[in-house]
Design a protein around this ligand. Structure first.
Ligand SMILES: Cc1cc2nc3c(=O)[nH]c(=O)nc-3n(C[C@H](O)[C@H](O)[C@H](O)COP(=O)(O)OP(=O)(O)OC[C@H]3O[C@@H](n4cnc5c(N)ncnc54)[C@H](O)[C@@H]3O)c2cc1C
Length: 456
């Protein structure tokens, strides 16, 4: 059904030239990094909070779906407008409104790119910890809506731990603020944390007050290789079981190393598994920190342990991790990219269980990721239709294994379109019902990002 003329006229009056219904814009905003695809009927580019309120009001009046979008880099189909309607792209609402070192906060619009914010904060000796590897392209709004993170989360947390407050527009079209400008707050329900990770299904975020952290002045990088994944996973549990928290603790399995080695050459070592470990702090504290994590990294199955002496050497040690994404795409453009998470102490059981499932389903699976959080990117790499079918069967077993290990479906990518059918595996019926009621309270007509996050 085309959009009603009255709605189109309202969009023109709110957005003028920033409302589009032409085929080029509809095509460009039909997809995201999931490679799913569905065209919206219109694309608008808000720049002010008041426009967002008017937009939601108009869509609600006509019961038309409305999907918020940052830069479309999510992996789960979260921005694909599966029921058509309007896409609101926040890319032009991208001002840093305030940097406030005394209160260790910054106030930003949702379309600010993560890396641009980090650049603006650097002269103040501060940073915002969430560091997805997509930081040069992804927006703060997208980071908040997915609770996106990266290697630093093991020490500094995710957007949920690094956001003080939000301004937003609910699906009712009411604008509201939640949270604080203070580092403490005990005033009612924590709607800030509720909106973070809600994937644009409850409200559209128009402003965020982010908590800032002093940037450590020094960092040391270590690389350890192990006989097998089990030995590396045991080392992760030992490292996280001692008092020095690394600021990165990344895991790469043998299959991933072989792929990266084939792609990037001898900079990438061949081993049963590899850990990248980083510690940060003031220079005087780092020797003791390196000694503590090195002691924990040593143990049965350790083959090599190397500490980088220079920045250049540290960059070379990271070569394996950096080569992984392009290496996988070359052999399996249709890779299935999951980001399951288990308690750190269950990591050995997870990595060994995944190896068993890969063998049983005869599918190439590579595992790597943020082991310090128990968060593994489990990538299934089917190369043809038969392998794709086996990969989907394998995926269901991977999720069942994760749940049996007290883990959950996603550590940072979110649920989106792709994983919502698995939500009943992870959550009890009562929990899901309560989530449905929360959704109805914010968005009674179900116009915000329909077909996402909650199961049908
Ligand atoms: C190469 C690559 C590397 C990646 N690495 C990581 C990684 O290390 N860690 C990680 O966690 N993720 C990673 N991602 C996934 C992705 O970059 C993150 O999920 C990111 O946060 C998405 O930001 P975006 O601006 O592209 O948002 P989009 O993809 O446009 O949107 C994501 C979600 O946010 C919602 N949304 C956007 N703006 C708003 C708003 N203003 N109000 C309400 N909802 C909104 C959308 O509706 C959607 O549900 C990676 C992706 C790529 C392509």
């Amino acid at each position: 059904m085309p959009l009603p003329d009255t709605l189109l006229q309202t969009l023109q009056s709110i957005f003028g030239d920033a409302a589009h219904t032409g085929p080029a814009e509809r095509l460009a905003y039909a997809y995201d990094n999931s490679r799913l695809n569905a065209q919206p009927d219109a694309v608008v580019f808000p720049t002010e909070h008041a426009q967002v309120e008017a937009l939601v009001r108009a869509c609600r009046e006509h019961r038309v779906p409305l999907t918020a979008r940052g830069r479309g880099s999510n992996t789960t189909g979260a921005t694909v407008p599966v029921e058509g309607g309007v896409v609101a792209s926040f890319e032009r609402m991208n001002r840093i409104l305030r940097i406030d070192p005394a209160n260790r906060l910054t106030v930003v619009e949702p379309g600010v790119i993560n890396a641009d914010l980090q650049r603006a904060l650097a002269p103040h000796g501060l940073f915002w910890p969430p560091d997805p590897s997509s930081s040069p392209w992804c927006t703060i709004g997208g980071n908040l809506a997915c609770n996106a993170a990266g290697p630093r989360a093991v020490k500094y947390g995710t957007p949920r731990e690094n956001t003080l407050g939000l301004r937003a527009v609910a699906g009712t079209s009411e604008g509201f603020r939640c949270g604080t400008y203070t580092s403490k707050g005990a005033t009612g329900y924590d709607l800030t944390r509720l909106l973070i990770g809600s994937e644009g299904t409850l409200a559209l975020v128009t402003e965020a007050t982010l908590k800032l952290t002093p940037r450590p002045s020094a960092i040391r990088t270590l690389r350890a290789t192990y006989r097998d994944v089990g030995a590396a996973a045991q080392a992760v549990a030992r490292i996280m079981g001692q008092p020095v928290t690394p600021c990165a603790l990344e895991f790469i399995d043998e299959t991933a190393l072989k792929l990266a080695h084939a792609h990037a050459g001898n900079e990438v070592p061949l081993a049963g598994a590899l850990l990248m470990i980083e510690v940060d702090g003031e220079p005087g504290t780092l020797e003791a920190a390196v000694a503590a994590v090195s002691a924990a990294a040593r143990g049965d199955g350790l083959e090599t342990l190397h500490t980088a002496a220079t920045v250049e050497e540290a960059q070379r040690l990271w070569a394996a991790r950096k080569a992984l994404s392009p290496a996988q795409r070359t052999i399996a453009p249709d890779k299935i990219n999951e980001d399951v998470v288990v308690p750190v102490s269950r990591l050995p059981e997870l990595v060994q269980g995944i190896q068993r499932l890969a063998a049983r389903h005869d599918v190439l699976v590579v595992s790597f990721g943020h082991a310090g959080n128990g968060n593994l990117h489990v990538n299934l790499l089917p190369r043809d239709a038969a392998e794709r079918e086996r990969a989907h069967a394998c995926l269901a077993d991977v999720f069942a294994l994760v749940i049996a290990l007290d883990g959950t479906l996603s550590g940072e990518h979110g649920i989106g379109r792709i994983k919502r059918e698995f939500m009943p595996l992870a959550l009890q019926p009562t929990t899901l019902r309560l989530m449905g009621e929360v959704k109805r309270a914010f968005d009674p007509d179900g116009i915000l990002n329909p077909g996402k996050l909650l199961p049908a």
